[in-house]
Write a new protein. Structure first.
Lengths: 114, 113
């Protein structure tokens, strides 16, 4: 079975705090892709990052960083020095093979208080 | 570059009416996806196309739903007849190749009264 679990339904922090969003996935495929998307209050879905199963290097993009660990089937997302504009629902997704569907987590609602 | 364009942004109609949602993918993208998002069920893939051909429509809830892609730059999702339980946000997304990220439109917020 293919599954993505985002156990944190909602997280609330004060601005400038660091926050980590958890994503745990299940798949039997050896080749797969993982994604993070952001959905701000305005409703659009914004692509953040794609990671393939052969690349376990962590990635940093500004205040955003991602920690991919195959040993624990996790692909966690950390925002450093959070800002109010980071408030959104964040989705983790797994691209299944062979029909290329995305398996979505339920999303984590992140609230950054000023 | 223009992103995925969906229309209308909002649609309110009465039960039983036909609803047509439209999508223009990003130029050069060969995959197009239709999703539905509700609070209860989250994001659900309805159907996707590759090179204008429907590949998997197993997510289409019932025969009242149909989707077409007559050319590489246009797709429609039609609901006929519409029901209140079809109320949701419908997203269109496109990607260049199967391994590339999907880029989403702004969505159509559909309300069936």
């Amino acid at each position: 079975a293919q599954k993505v679990t985002q156990a944190q339904t909602e997280i609330s922090v004060v601005e400038k705090e660091d926050v980590t969003l958890d994503c745990v996935y299940e798949t039997r495929d050896t080749t797969y892709y993982l994604f993070w998307y952001k959905q701000p209050p305005s409703g659009e879905l914004v692509f953040l990052i794609r990671r393939n199963s052969f690349d376990e290097q962590n990635e940093i993009s500004g205040r955003y960083s991602w920690n991919f660990q195959k040993s624990t089937s996790s692909f966690n997302f950390t925002i450093t020095a959070s800002q109010v504009v980071d408030s959104a629902v964040y989705f983790c997704a797994l691209r299944r093979t062979p029909n290329y569907q995305l398996i979505w987590g339920a999303g984590t609602k992140l609230i950054i208080k000023p | 570059d223009a992103g995925v364009i969906q229309s209308p942004r909002h649609e309110v109609t009465e039960m039983g009416q036909e609803v047509t949602l439209r999508c223009k993918p990003i130029s050069g993208h060969d995959y197009l996806f239709w999703y539905r998002q509700t609070m209860m069920r989250g994001l659900e893939l309805l159907i996707y196309f590759n090179n204008n051909v429907p590949i998997d429509d197993s997510g289409m809830p019932e025969d009242r739903f149909s989707a077409k892609m007559p050319n590489a730059s246009f797709s429609t999702l039609k609901i006929q007849p519409s029901e209140p339980r079809d109320s949701a946000v419908y997203f269109c997304a496109s990607s260049r190749g199967e391994n590339q990220p999907q880029h989403f439109g702004d969505g159509t917020r559909l309300s069936i009264l």
